[in-house]
Structure formats: C-alpha cells, structure tokens
Design a protein around this ligand. Structure first.
Ligand SMILES: O=C(O)CCC(=O)C(=O)O
Length: 298
C-alpha cells in the first residue's frame, strides 16, 4: 500500500500510485490517493475507452465520505420542507420513501465545491480531454425496498448535448443486494434500439454482457452516457445513497439551466407520473418505482 500524505506534509510532493487489479480486462483500478496533478494511467484510459466505465477506488477518504453522507442527509431533510431542490418519492413495500433529490448545486456550498473542484473534475478533464462543465446533479436514496432502473442509456434522456460522462459516488455500500449498477460494454456503438419510453429494447438487453459493479463509500464509478446500465431494487435493510454527477465537455457549452428549465416545464405539463403507473423522476421511463404523491409521504 502506498504511503498517504500526512497532515502538514506538502501534498505537491506526494506521488500517487495506481494499482491495476488486472491486466486490462476489467475497468477496475485502485487509486491510492487523489493528488491535484494525478494522471490516469494508459491502462485506465484504455479500459475506459474499451468498456465505457471506470471504477476508481478510494477517490475520497473516510473523512470526505462521512461529510458527503452528512450533506446528503441535509438534502433529504429539505425534501420534507418543500425545498430547496427538486425531490421525488416512491412507494416501497415499507411505505412511502424519498427516492431522489436533484437541482441543489446553488443551495449547498459544501456539495458545490465537491462537484466543481477537486478530484472528480480532475479525472473528468482527462476522460474528456478538456475541462468538464456540470450538466446535472442528483442523489438516488434507494431506501430499503426502493426500486431499480430498467436497462437504458442516459444519452437518450439528456438533451442539448450529445455526449456526457456521469459519475456515481456512493456513501453507502452499493452491492448487488442493495441495488448497485450493472453495466455492459457497448457505448462505442452509440444509441441502441429503444422502446418509446427510452428503455433498451428487451431483445437487445439479452444480448448484452452485463456485469454488476459493486462500490464502497469513497469509490467513484465514471461512466459514459452511451454505456448501457440498469439496477435492481434494494433488498437490504439500509439505504443505498448515491450521488450522481453528470458533466459535458466545456467546448459543448453550459446547458444545466436549460436542462432543468426544460425538465420542470415537461413535468408541469405532463404530470409527475407516467399515466399514474410509475413515479416520474426522469425524462425517460426507466425508473421502476411506484408513484406516491408528496402529501402521502408526510
Ligand atoms: O441509482 C440507480 O440504481 C440507477 C440510477 C440510474 O440508472 C439513473 O438514474 O439513470
């Protein structure tokens, strides 16, 4: 295990080390500690290009991860006070539960600095080959019994720019039991055939080579907006809180305000559910949860 910088040590002199867990067959690499001048290895970059996702272990240390969890709980409290932020609920077998909070960048200074500075934008700059601009931000709480997501590509729901990279930042263990993500290689093929609601066509889903990617608090999974993914429901007895941050390349412009204005307009005109069958959290019909009106959850 490489030495971590100690308090007071000049971090600019600390030389981070990457330890690939295999010779390139998995997009799975251990980053021992973040450093502002950190470079992704050629092996990491080729795994990224080949698979469309990249797991970096321990990108955040224990203290940062505890802070993130606390700030995410603050957002959850905002949901009960009508904001700030946009909040969505679902009906789980255990009763109504908060499913998602989004659009909180302007309202939470500490989260804003994690989103706009430091390790995540530094990695993204290398994946895009240029600086990144935030497109959207959200928390999926996946409380016990919370629903999963049908196989989809995010690109079909993200208007304004045709390519994005997201990262998944868990503050609880994201395991198969708690409903972590399954990814399949295939991003380089572009858009796959979809249903009218934006899910990948079932026949196509069966042909993909799905892999469960588990992640612990501190780890970050980066994934391309064309990478197919889905998740199961949370069968564990604790929440699986995850922050998702989505960015686009700076040369493609800043579209976050347009994205949220468009989403709010569409939800206002079409309602918060898909015909009362499923709760509507995204532009696409990929969330498998049951709708619950806000009042029922209080
Ligand atoms: O959090 C999850 O389980 C999956 C989320 C997802 O795929 C999405 O929000 O598009």
């Amino acid at each position: 295990m490489a030495e971590r910088p100690r308090a007071g040590q000049d971090s600019r002199r600390f030389n981070p080390k990457f330890t690939p867990t295999s010779a390139g067959d998995h997009a799975e690499v251990i980053l021992v500690s973040y450093h502002p001048r950190m470079r992704l290895s050629n092996e990491q970059l080729s795994a990224w290009n080949r698979f469309g996702w990249l797991t970096i272990r321990s990108l955040f240390d224990d203290r940062q991860t505890r802070d993130l969890a606390r700030w995410i709980d603050e957002l959850a409290e905002w949901a009960d006070r009508n904001g700030p932020g946009l909040h969505h609920r679902e009906l789980t077998p255990n009763g109504p539960a908060l499913a998602r909070s989004e659009h909180f960048l302007e309202s939470h200074d500490r989260l804003r600095s994690v989103i706009l500075d430091g390790a995540v934008p530094a990695v993204l700059e290398q994946l895009f080959g240029e600086p990144a601009v935030l497109f959207k931000e959200k928390i999926n709480y996946k409380r016990p019994g919370g629903a999963g997501f049908a196989p989809h590509q995010d690109a079909t729901a993200y208007r304004f720019v045709d390519h994005h990279i997201s990262c998944m930042i868990p503050v609880d263990p994201a395991t198969v039991e708690s409903g972590t993500l399954y990814f399949a290689p295939g991003h380089s093929a572009g858009r796959m055939p979809t249903t009218s609601g934006g899910r990948i066509e079932p026949t196509h889903v069966q042909e993909l080579d799905w892999r469960a990617i588990e992640a612990m608090p501190g780890d970050v999974i980066f994934f391309d907006s064309y990478t197919p993914h889905y998740s199961g429901s949370n069968e564990s007895d604790r929440s699986r809180r995850v922050m998702y941050l989505t960015y686009n390349a700076r040369s493609k412009g800043d579209h976050r305000a347009d994205y949220y204005a468009d989403k709010l307009r569409e939800f206002a005109t079409e309602g918060g559910s898909f015909g009362g069958r499923r709760v509507r959290m995204s532009i696409n019909d990929d969330f498998l949860g049951l709708p619950v009106p806000d009042e029922a959850a209080r």
